[in-house]
Design a binder for this molecule. Structure first.
Ligand code: FPP
Ligand code: MG
Ligand code: MG
Length: 336
């Protein structure tokens, strides 16, 4: 998949179909632009989203084949080209959102390297993110299924709304509800709707489609809650990006929301988004000395256990369900 993503930005399909006689206005390859996008995919990354989507594709294909056992279609057990494209699109949407996120967060490093905004400036970073999103849209349309296009488009909408919600002022009465809604939109929606798309492409029935969606949603919730916990407790070397960053960005995440129940003075710092000298250091100290990190871990455990329960309802051909289970349960132990 990584090679495929690199190729996507090496041989541009539009460029491949233009020939000597065609419209010169269309013969304007912007090679540097492809290079910047390609370099981003060459850095690698965990490819966690495609992995979850493609394992789910395999599990759904098997489940559908089992219900049709009087007319088994052997080829249906394999991941189809369309399902593979969902994995690829998920990674492209994720990458585009990270490139834009680094502009918003003014981040200097990502995956242990300089961000596009720090190397080339904000304008280039915004456009490269848009470009990757445009290419993802082309791949999505090539699947040729309007309802899958709609499901995958809802991810982009959720990402943008999640990012917007994050910028709004906090409401003390519903801190946790708002946090969980944000986590769903900015992270879990991508897992949930990619899993739902591969289920739709497996011709799954509604209950199976729902299991796929809910598995992805619960994995995504656990993943982001652990991410927010690691921001307080992990090292920069492990993460490949700055830690203790959320407070500096004015964000109230779950370890802090729990810590505030123990140290109510945190509400004052939260409402001014840790903007005064020494605020973020003070808040960090209080969070680390509170039961916030442990409670955050328990919340992540709730979601990962639910994901594991859902995975266990799927057929286990070639250990696919074992892998989905393992992914659910190892979320809690990851350190990067
Ligand atoms: C990382 O969060 C950011 C996201 C998961 C989503 C960002 C979404 C946008 C910027 C909207 C634009 C979307 C598209 C599709 C172009 P973080 O800042 O908490 O994580 P980090 O520590 O990895 O930076
Ligand atoms: Mg960020
Ligand atoms: Mg951000």
């Amino acid at each position: 998949l990584q090679t495929d993503l690199i190729t996507e930005f090496s041989t541009h399909p539009v460029r491949n179909i233009v020939n000597e006689d065609s419209d010169p206005l269309q013969q304007q390859p912007v090679v540097e632009f492809d290079q910047i996008a390609r370099a981003y995919f060459e850095r690698g990354g965990k490819m966690f989203r495609p992995m979850v989507a493609l394992l789910m594709a395999s599990a759904c294909n098997e489940a559908v084949a089992q219900t049709n056992k009087f007319s088994p279609k052997l080829e249906s057990l394999e991941i189809t080209e369309s399902q593979y494209k969902i994995g690829k699109i998920a990674e492209m949407i994720h990458t585009a959102s990270l490139i834009h996120d680094d502009v918003i967060d003014e981040a200097e490093t990502r995956r242990g390297r300089a961000t596009i905004n720090s190397a080339y400036g904000n304008k280039t970073a915004v456009l490269v993110g848009d470009y990757i999103l445009a290419r993802a849209t082309q791949v999505l349309c090539s699947i040729g299924r309007p309802n899958v296009i709609s499901i995958m488009a809802s991810i982009i909408e959720d990402l943008v709304l999640g990012e917007f919600l994050q910028m709004q002022l906090i409401n003390r009465e519903k801190l946790m509800d708002d946090y969980l809604r944000r986590v769903y939109k900015k992270t879990a929606s991508l897992f949930a709707n990619s899993c739902k798309s591969v289920a739709v492409l497996a011709e799954a029935d509604k209950p199976l489609e729902n299991v796929a969606f809910e598995y992805g949603k619960n994995i995504g919730m656990a993943f982001q809650i652990i991410d927010d916990l690691l921001d307080f407790v992990a090292s920069q070397e492990d993460l490949g990006k700055p830690t203790s960053n959320d407070l500096k960005l004015g964000l109230s995440t779950c370890p802090l929301i729990y810590a505030a129940e123990q140290y109510p003075e945190l509400y004052v710092l939260m409402s001014r988004k840790f903007s005064e000298e020494g605020d973020s250091e003070k808040a960090h100290e209080m969070v680390i000395n509170s039961s916030g990190p442990e409670k955050a871990r328990q919340l992540a455990r709730f979601y990962s256990t639910e994901a594991a329960r859902l995975a266990a309802t799927l057929p286990n051909s070639n250990g696919v369900t074992d892998s989905l289970l393992e992914i659910a349960l190892t979320q809690l132990d990851r350190s990067s």
